[in-house]
Design a protein. Structure first.
Length: 271
């Protein structure tokens, strides 16, 4: 199961903006391209969209587990399923992503490990818990306003949750950002960020907005561009650049599962 979609309604109960602040919500879409692998057609990524809680999540199962005969995607999918279950206990408009992630981790007992990134819009505050090299960016007026930090023990060895890992949800970076109508959030696994420079993503966002693309279509466009770059043997990608900076010699893109989630921050229309 790559995607879990829940009722797309929104009710603010906490972090209510003052009368001077604009009430906003997230309009959400996603697209997932697993690697071409007949033995693992679902790939290693998983994600969910919960419009009712204005919360999204991404997980990327660590592929090294396949050498031990473990489906690397099963842990990621279970972690996201448990995250959706943990959301039930969270009040609308006051979701704590780190608390949700911690609860989901406690209830995920499969072999394997995964990165994780959960984001929730509480009023006009974007709250996030990010662990590993999945992440998100906020684009405002065509420019990159914010990009989440990557957590790695060493090059291509991200922080990861799992029973055999020393990393824990407490290690996740907590982020709180004030957002406003017109902002665009693009979240993704490293399959997107390793193959696309931030400027490429922001340019596609600007083009998509000018063409009135909905979030799902924009997510598809970004994912397709990341896929194209991943097969380009000569492209100077973020991954190839990072490889050289760390003493490696990787050239071109990095073939990987690619998950992209897009959220348009839009004003709440009061009837």
């Amino acid at each position: 199961m790559g995607t879990i979609t829940v009722n797309n309604t929104f009710t603010a109960m906490k972090f209510m903006p003052s009368f001077a602040e604009e009430r906003v919500n997230m309009v959400l879409g996603s697209f997932y391209i697993p690697k071409d692998n007949e033995s693992n057609p679902e790939g290693d990524d998983a994600h969910f969209i919960c419009g009712q809680k204005q919360t999204i999540g991404i997980a990327d199962g660590v592929g090294g587990w396949t050498r031990r005969g473990v489906d690397a995607g099963e842990y990621a999918r279970e972690l996201m399923i448990k995250s959706v279950i943990a959301l039930d206990a969270e009040p609308n408009g006051a979701v704590d992503p780190k608390r949700v992630l911690s609860q989901a981790y406690s209830n995920t007992n499969l072999p394997g490990s995964s990165t994780a990134c959960l984001l929730s819009l509480n009023g006009n505050i974007l709250c996030a818990a990010n662990l590993g090299d999945s992440g998100f960016m906020v684009i405002r007026n065509g420019n990159v306003y914010y990009k989440s930090q990557v957590q790695q023990h060493s090059f291509n060895h991200p922080y990861q949750l799992g029973r055999m890992s020393t990393d824990r949800p407490s290690s996740a970076i907590e982020i709180k950002l004030k957002v406003k109508a017109g902002d665009v959030i693009v979240a993704g696994t490293d399959g997107m960020f390793d193959n696309m420079h931030l400027e490429e993503i922001s340019a596609l966002v600007s083009k998509g907005l000018s063409q009135s693309s909905d979030p799902e279509n924009l997510a598809w466009t970004i994912a397709e561009n990341a896929l194209y770059n991943s097969f380009d043997r000569f492209s100077v990608t973020p991954f190839s650049r990072a490889s050289r900076e760390n003493g490696g010699n990787h050239v071109g893109g990095k073939i990987d599962d690619i998950t992209v989630l897009v959220a348009y921050i839009q004003p709440v229309v009061c009837n």
